[in-house]
Design a protein around this ligand. Structure first.
Ligand code: FES
Ligand code: FE
Length: 440
């Protein structure tokens, strides 16, 4: 396995490539990173009534997320306590109970074991069902209809974990009086790359956009204003929530070429902008609408109306689970225009999405080389040019063409994968903030 001390100072922006390919490190990530972070589970709109459920994953662990009769949401490991069969094999639906298809143990909506076949004849009435419930996700947080789960009792509360990221997350999820909904159905696809390439890119990387997406921009519009998009001299900023595990990116909203979402959407947006301004302020509404990652693997892209989880599947593969988000109260034709715009741009066959996946999977192929795995990467753009609490933006920010959020992402990852306690991480964060290089 790679030398863990070698990744302690990763915030200097020198990244050893073995972190993307090492199988032993990956097992540590599952336990120390994903096992101690808040992970996105589901959105309110996916669980409309009591008994509604979705099956998802917390990293590689399958979980069922279920609306309870009292309206609350619970989650538990989708693993039968008898021999470990997946309790529920449906992706989503409505249930009164969940019955294992192997020998028939049945669980209620909260995951408690309620029925065991042959309880008298086979178990002689001696099985204590209360002891053999499905393993519960002990902590669930609801942030504006977005449910996150955490296995660890020592991880900070979700609001604390989110920190300054709440300002940027809410600018996307709290724009509308009626809230958001996810268009029914999940797009899923597999990319042969390490999960960190995708998470980091959505946290931090605007740098690839004018190059990697150049042909897609040309396909969308012949307007020369979009041929380097966003312009390198753009006044955008990038946010790096290194405090409690978030990373992000924002820039002043650039007009996306009309063919992306079409006039139905643009006109409706213009007619309803006062609602957004009232809720989050005009400046924030215009500026905070780009891509972000809530550490470790929940990302979104405002302009393209996509949210997704990068589920890790070994060191060299991810399963992307993506949703289109729409304002819940928008008319159907507007929701449809957003859905179609999202399909054209950031779906499995979207013109932008395929650019990204091709780069990530090709990097992963290069990393098959023994020598290629030993040559460090440069993640240093904008190092030393960070600022705090400027331009009315909370937290640490930098020019949008920077890798500050990437360094925050890797530092948080490094702290967790090395097994540092959250108390120790908090101490280190305070010290790092005090030692930050500040431009004169
Ligand atoms: Fe589920 Fe046997 S594995 S009842
Ligand atoms: Fe991209």
């Amino acid at each position: 396995m790679i030398d863990l001390d070698g990744i302690a100072g990763i915030r200097d922006g020198i990244v050893p490539p073995a972190i993307y390919s090492d199988p032993e490190l990956y097992q540590l990530e599952l336990e120390n990173v994903f096992g101690r972070s808040w992970l996105f589970l589901a959105h309110d709109s996916q669980l409309p009534k009591p008994g509604s459920f979705v099956q998802t994953y917390m990293a590689e662990d399958p979980v069922l997320v279920v609306r309870q009769r009292d309206g609350s949401v619970k989650a538990f490991l989708n693993q039968c306590r008898h021999r470990g069969m997946r309790i529920c094999r449906a992706d989503a639906g409505t249930a009164k109970t969940f019955t294992c298809s192997y020998h028939g143990w049945a669980y209620d909506l909260g995951g408690d074991l309620i029925n065991v076949p042959a309880e008298d004849a086979g178990y002689h009435g001696e099985i204590d069902k209360a002891r053999w419930s499905a393993h519960k996700v002990p902590r669930i947080a609801n942030h504006k209809g977005f449910y996150f789960g955490c296995w660890s009792e020592s991880t900070p509360e979700f609001a604390d974990y989110l920190g300054d990221m709440a300002f940027y997350f809410d600018a996307v999820v709290d724009r509308w009086d009626g809230g958001l909904e996810l268009v029914p159905g999940t797009s899923r696809w597999v990319i042969d790359c390490n999960w960190k390439f995708a998470s980091e890119q959505f946290a931090s990387d605007m740098y690839h956009a004018p190059i990697a997406h150049a042909s897609a921009m040309l396909a969308l519009t012949e307007d020369p204003a979009f041929q380097v998009f966003p312009p390198y001299e753009a006044p955008g900023r990038q946010f790096a929530g290194d405090g409690h595990g978030s990373g992000g990116n924002w820039l002043p909203v650039f007009p996306i070429p009309e063919p992306t979402f079409g006039p139905v959407y643009t006109e409706w947006l213009a007619a309803n902008k006062e609602e957004v301004f009232r809720r989050i302020g005009a400046e924030r509404a215009h500026k905070v609408w780009a891509h972000n990652t809530i550490f470790p693997n929940f990302s979104w892209l405002g302009q393209a109306a996509t949210m997704r989880v990068w589920h890790p599947r070994g060191p060299g593969q991810i399963e992307v689970w993506a949703w289109t988000f729409v304002p819940r109260d928008a008319p159907d034709e507007v929701k449809d225009a957003i859905r179609q715009g999202n399909q054209r741009t950031f779906s499995p066959a979207g013109v932008f999405e395929t650019d990204d996946g091709e780069n990530w999977s090709e990097i992963q192929r290069v990393l098959r080389g023994w020598k290629a795995r030993s040559v460090p990467f440069n993640v240093q753009m904008g190092l030393g040019h960070e600022e705090r609490d400027v331009h009315g933006l909370p937290g640490k920010t930098n020019h949008v063409y920077a890798e500050t959020a990437a360094r925050g992402f890797y530092q948080r990852w490094s702290d967790l994968v090395r097994g540092l306690s959250w108390e120790r991480i908090r101490e280190l964060d305070e010290r790092r903030e005090a030692e930050e290089v500040r431009p004169a």
